[in-house]
Design a protein around this ligand. Structure first.
Ligand code: GRF
Length: 232
């Protein structure tokens, strides 16, 4: 099978009838990070950047929670970080908030939008503006256990292996093409908390690795299949 060439986002996604949006080329690969919580995945990526493992820079961190750890973590590193008032809804941004989100990310010239525990569903205008350039991390081996508390779903179901998944974001819930996965065994004495903790630790390895591959242009995508350039 012929895959399109490797390269940085926006990838030549096979979406009939849709045009690929070209963004300005910046020297370093620029990340826009969105989160609602403690921001441990953001910290893992920021540390990957600091250590040279991730060839990128954080252009902007935005959160819908004013007192979130992710904003505090970004500010403590001297990175641009802002609160995004979410508007009147509980599970999504209202129209005005979504417009502001798109405008801020575009003004910051981000190459990739990195969702790191962002707890609101993102809708069409945002998805269209950053088509093929939004990634998320989910605490299960998708397509198993999409949605909330995936570690608890896995434990309750009785699987022996679970893990985490980095995937492109599309209009569905945790349904976009899979970029990378890391397994975590489920132990007999696990509680939801202990399992969640080990999945979190796996996320901190997987997410920087995937973002680094995207930044290096080591990923090609064909439909749902994402292939990594073989290491030399
Ligand atoms: C992670 O468990 C991730 O899988 C999910 O949200 C959580 C974010 O954690 N999408 P943190 O804020 O990065 O610590």
């Amino acid at each position: 099978m012929q895959f399109p060439p490797f390269g940085q986002p926006p990838f030549p996604l096979v979406l009939p009838g849709r045009s690929v949006i070209q963004m300005p080329v910046s020297k370093l690969f620029r990340l826009g990070v969105l989160g609602s919580g403690q921001g441990s995945n953001f910290v893992a990526i920021a540390e990957g950047i600091a250590s040279g493992q991730v060839p990128a820079e954080v252009a902007l961190v935005l959160s819908d929670v004013e007192a979130s750890g992710i904003l505090a973590q970004a500010r403590s590193r001297g990175l641009p970080a802002s609160y995004l008032p979410p508007g009147k809804f509980r599970t999504k941004l209202d129209e005005e908030a979504e417009k502001s989100l798109v405008a801020q990310l575009q003004a910051a010239q981000v190459d990739l939008v990195v969702l790191a525990g962002f707890m609101r569903v993102l809708k069409n205008d945002f998805l269209r503006a950053f088509e093929g350039r939004i990634v998320n991390i989910h605490p299960s081996l998708l397509p198993c256990f999409p949605g909330l508390q995936a570690w608890k779903q896995a434990l309750d179901y009785g699987v022996k292996v679970t893990g985490c998944t980095v995937h492109f974001v599309d209009a569905g819930i945790d349904s976009g093409a899979i970029i990378g996965q890391q397994t975590v065994p489920v132990l007999d004495h696990d509680t939801p908390e202990t399992l969640h903790q080990r999945i979190h630790a796996a996320e901190h390895e997987l997410y920087p690795r995937c973002v680094a591959a995207l930044a290096r242009g080591d990923i090609a995508i064909h439909g749902r299949r994402v292939v990594w350039r073989p290491a030399v």
